[in-house]
Every structure is written in C-alpha cells, then in structure tokens.
Write a protein that binds this ligand. Structure first.
Ligand code: 5GP
Ligand code: MG
Ligand code: MG
Length: 176
C-alpha cells in the first residue's frame, strides 16, 4: 500500500480542524454525533482536543456494502442521545459523493437541534453529488480509495495509524 497521509500529517490536520471547531463554539456545550464506524479514530483524537463540555452520540450509516462500490444507504439511530435544542456537530470519516452525510444531516435535522454542522477528516471534491458542503474539513484528497485511521476495506485496515491507498493486488487478496 501507498501512504498518502502520515501519522504526523494526520495529527496536525486534526489539530487544525479541532482549533477551528473550538473557535466556532467557544465554551458552549457541544453534542458530537459520530457516524460509525469510519469516524471512530477521528472521534477519539478530536474530542481530546476540545475543552468545552462535550457529549458524544453515535449513529450508524453506510452507503458502501463491503467493497469499494457505492450501494444502498441505511441509517441506524438507536444509539443517539437526545439532541433537541442542542448544538450538534456531525463527525464523519470521508465526504465522497456526500450522500451519506446528507442523509445523516436530514435525519438529525428532524430531531430539532439548536444548530447543526458537520466535520469530516477527508473530502474528495471531484466526487461530490449533493449541494451540502461540510463545515469543517481536515484534508482534501484525490479520488482514490483510501484506508486507515478508521477507514476500512471489507472491515479491515481501520487500525492503520496512517492513511493509505491499497494496491490492486491487496484489493484482490481481500475479495471473498
Ligand atoms: P458518500 O456517501 O459520501 O459517497 O460516501 C461516504 C462513505 O463511503 C464514507 O463514510 C465511507 O464509509 C465510504 N467511503 C467513501 N470513500 C471511501 C474511501 O476512499 N475509502 C473508504 N474506506 N471508505 C470510503
Ligand atoms: Mg462512513
Ligand atoms: Mg466502509
């Protein structure tokens, strides 16, 4: 595999995005809704850089069924905290077409938060298919399938501390 963001680059990018989030919300309490499972590592690093009162809520969403092709979208919100009248920040791993984040934002908007914004680790700008724009982005990346720092290929590679592009042979090796 080919590393495209090192552990140090990820740390610096997440720190910079955390500073922007801290500047926006100040000392106001913030409810973070993390889109599982890809945002797990970002969530852990991000919340430890925020000093306002933070609540952590989880939502599960996926538009990808195992491989690298886009599939149907589903959302599971039974692990959500009550977000009515709260300032809510949705955190996800990557904004690709944007369909996943758009659906999650629509789902949470129905829960009547006081405010609603979004933060993503990665943005593949060329692939965008929705009008929604993420409020906070740590890195813009080219249109390549990436793994590591929470992002998977067939549920593997989330534990890599860096972000990498898989070689075709590595994709084939994991295809069941
Ligand atoms: P979207 O709905 O924006 O097209 O897709 C977003 C979701 O697809 C992400 O939350 C992520 O789970 C998955 N995804 C999109 N691009 C990539 C990628 O390059 N690598 C991995 N591992 N997942 C991706
Ligand atoms: Mg995801
Ligand atoms: Mg995935």
């Amino acid at each position: 595999m080919k590393t495209i963001l090192t552990e140090n680059q990820l740390r610096d990018g997440v720190a910079a995005m955390s500073a922007e989030i801290a500047a926006r919300y100040g000392t106001e309490p913030l409810t973070i809704v993390a889109v599982m499972t890809g945002s797990l590592v970002l969530l852990a690093d991000l919340i430890r850089q925020l000093s306002m009162p933070v609540r952590v809520s989880l939502i599960q969403a996926s538009s990808y069924r195992g491989g690298t092709e886009s599939g149907s979208l589903w959302i599971r919100d039974d692990m959500m905290l009550d977000v009515k009248d709260r300032d809510v920040l949705v955190v996800d791993d990557i904004f690709d077409t944007g369909k996943t984040l758009e659906a999650v934002m629509e789902c949470i908007a129905e829960m009547q938060p006081l405010s609603l914004s979004s933060a993503v680790l990665l943005h593949k700008k060329e692939r965008q298919q929705v009008s929604l724009v993420p409020d906070f982005v740590a890195f813009n990346i080219p249109d390549e399938f990436v793994v590591g720092y929470g992002l998977d290929y067939q549920d593997l590679y989330r534990n890599l501390p860096f972000l990498a592009v898989l070689e075709p042979a590595e994709i084939e090796a994991n295809t069941v």
